[in-house]
Design a protein around this ligand. Structure first.
Ligand code: PLP
Length: 383
């Protein structure tokens, strides 16, 4: 492949990412095309974002139609796509109200502010190994000390508990200062680790026992990624509030805080805001995403996820396969980075979730043949 870097690309971009030396120019379904016209099977989907595949016809058409009508008016007025998206999300949650913003981290900021305002408390109980974003509030609640280095002082009153350890959770909230318990039902960046139903029940009991809120961060595991619209539907515990982002508009920037009807009333006009939040083009695309995510597609995600998990477990060097639906992790007996790079050379895009964990988050519309092709490439690399 032609070196994007040698061609001078990105010389004036702040180096916050360890980018691969590939520049993509086009996408179609599960396929990406680089500057040399080379095709890649995309089993990362922009890190669990492009759930319906690149250039999904209905989503593209919805965004185009709205681009041709109205782009932006501010949140001093109503627009139809924003209100309609809130209606659709409320129906999926079983009753709720939405705040719209532009990213996962912003959705977490909204959740943390909501929890403090609604409860009058300051304590945030989060988990070790969690990931909630890189803005200061979201970073403060992210249980990965290495990501904190150089950015303190962080937001105070955050305590970390161990995933699936009810005792450690109880200890973190023992002083009763619990504005919220913040949990990813399936940890994404932290290595694809699922919370157990029993642990989530303990989290609900802790939050509610102290008049706090149970908040699920479904930025990565939500929007059908695990085979139900919300991952928590499979884990048996309904939160008071949930954050969404990545897959919600199939690649246009969006974030959302969804508060259940039971926990409503925390924000008054003026309490929180986002200039671009609820953008009509983005919300029109997101409405089309929700319409496409029907029961058939969700059942497909569950079935395909099982096929992918079984294939990953059978790979040479696979120690443990984790995840739910098409949020799949595979812990290896070796570093994952070189494996990802070797797959890229062979035309397969996948990611990592920690040192030795492969992350596969293909488009939800991928086929059995796509999964088998990805597994064959992995088997070749891991051989
Ligand atoms: C990606 C992610 C975020 C942060 O989202 P950004 O859009 O990058 O700000 C927050 N929470 C989880 C679970 C994520 O996977």
């Amino acid at each position: 492949m032609t070196s994007a870097l040698a061609a001078g690309l990105g010389a004036h971009v702040l180096p916050t990412y360890p980018r691969a030396d590939v520049c993509f120019v086009e996408g179609d379904g599960v396929w990406l095309v680089d500057t040399d016209g080379r095709r890649y099977l995309d089993f990362l989907a922009g890190i669990a974002v492009v759930g319906l595949g690149h250039r999904h016809p209905a989503v593209t058409a919805a965004a185009h139609a709205q681009l041709d009508r109205l782009w932006h008016v501010s949140n001093l007025f109503w627009t139809q796509p924003m209100a309609e998206l809130a209606d659709r999300l409320s129906a999926r949650l079983g009753g709720g109200q939405a705040f719209f913003c532009n990213s996962g981290a912003e959705a977490i900021e909204a959740a943390l502010k909501y929890a403090r305002k609604a409860t009058g408390k300051t304590g945030i109980v989060a988990l070790e190994g969690s990931f909630h974003g890189r803005t200061l509030g979201a970073l403060s609640a992210t249980g990965q000390p290495a990501k904190h280095v150089g950015f303190g002082p962080l937001v105070p009153d955050v305590r970390f508990a161990k995933l699936n350890d009810a005792e450690s959770l109880a200890a973190a909230g023992a002083d009763g200062n619990v504005a919220c318990v913040l949990i990813e039902p399936v940890q994404g960046e932290g290595g694809i680790n699922s919370a157990t139903p029993a642990f989530l029940e303990s989290a609900a009991a802790l939050a509610h026992g102290h008049d706090g809120l149970l908040v699920f961060d479904e930025v990565q595991c939500g929007v059908g990624r695990t085979g139900t619209f919300f991952a928590h539907e499979q884990l048996g515990v309904r939160p008071d509030a949930v954050t969404l982002a990545k897959g919600l508009a199939n690649g246009l920037p969006i974030g959302a805080l969804l508060v259940s009807d039971e926990a409503a009333g925390g924000f008054q006009p003026g309490d929180h805001a986002s200039t671009f939040g609820g953008n009509p083009v983005t919300c029109a695309a997101a409405c089309a995403v929700l319409d496409a995510l029907d029961d058939d597609l969700l059942a497909h995600v569950r079935a395909l996820g099982a096929r992918l998990a079984a294939g990953l477990a059978a790979l040479p060097g696979a120690l443990e396969t984790r995840g739910l639906g098409l949020l799949a992790g595979c812990e290896l007996d070796r570093p994952a980075g070189p494996v990802v790079a070797a797959c890229l050379e062979r035309g397969l895009v996948i990611g990592t979730a920690g040192e030795r964990v492969l992350r596969l988050t293909p488009p939800l519309v991928a086929t059995e043949e796509d999964v088998d092709l990805a597994l064959a490439t992995l088997a070749e690399v891991l051989r």
